[in-house]
Ligand binder design. Structure first.
Ligand code: IMP
Ligand code: MG
Length: 175
């Protein structure tokens, strides 16, 4: 099946917003070291762009979970595919994700990370689809709130494709 991608948020707009978020996050963590936990694979593009613009000392780790099968439907099941390399006890952890949809993945991840006793734990997402929320999660930093549409680009995929698009686009089946 083929599909079309329509631009929702332009590259320059995404970059401008990431700069703003980096300033806000740097101000909040002033005088502290920040440990970024990026969620593979989608969160990586955003994490790197954000990390480059932070003015506090930063370390990074990665975790991979699966919540979706192929296509655009949620299975509702969260499974750890790759765990963190290092312990986060006593660290100021910022969890960085591409998108909060139902909230299941992040609710699970926040609980999982919290049990490892970080000094602090906050959540940062590039995109949020508030209309789709099933499980309540507290998001500390949001790039953009978007409508209930399936989006790709900036790390987000449709069956593993389009992650490399430098903008956010909406996928529509081609009829
Ligand atoms: P949640 O657990 O339903 O909040 O889903 C979170 C995960 O679903 C994200 O990390 C994405 O991998 C994926 N996801 C949700 N919405 C979209 C979308 O519009 N495009 C691509 N992936 C999405
Ligand atoms: Mg993801």
């Amino acid at each position: 099946m083929s599909e079309r991608v329509r631009t929702l948020i332009k590259e320059e707009e995404v970059e401008r917003r990431i700069c703003e978020m980096a300033r806000e996050i740097s101000a909040y963590y002033q005088g502290k070291e920040l440990h970024l936990v990026s969620v593979l694979k989608g969160g990586v593009f955003f994490t790197c762009e954000l990390a480059k613009r932070l003015s506090v000392p930063v370390s990074m780790d990665f975790m991979s979970v699966s919540s979706y099968g192929g296509g655009t439907k949620s299975s509702g099941v969260v499974k750890v595919i790759k765990d963190l390399d290092e312990a986060i006890e006593g660290k100021h952890v910022l969890l960085v994700e591409d998108i909060v949809d139902s909230g299941r993945t992040l609710s699970y991840l926040l609980g999982n990370l919290k049990s490892r006793k970080p000094e602090s734990l906050r959540l940062c997402t590039l995109l949020d689809k508030p209309e789709r929320r099933v499980v309540d999660v507290q998001v500390d930093y949001t790039g953009f709130e978007i409508p209930d549409e399936f989006v790709v680009g900036y790390g987000l995929d449709y069956d593993q494709r389009y992650r490399n698009l430098p903008y956010i686009g909406i996928v529509k089946p081609d009829r």
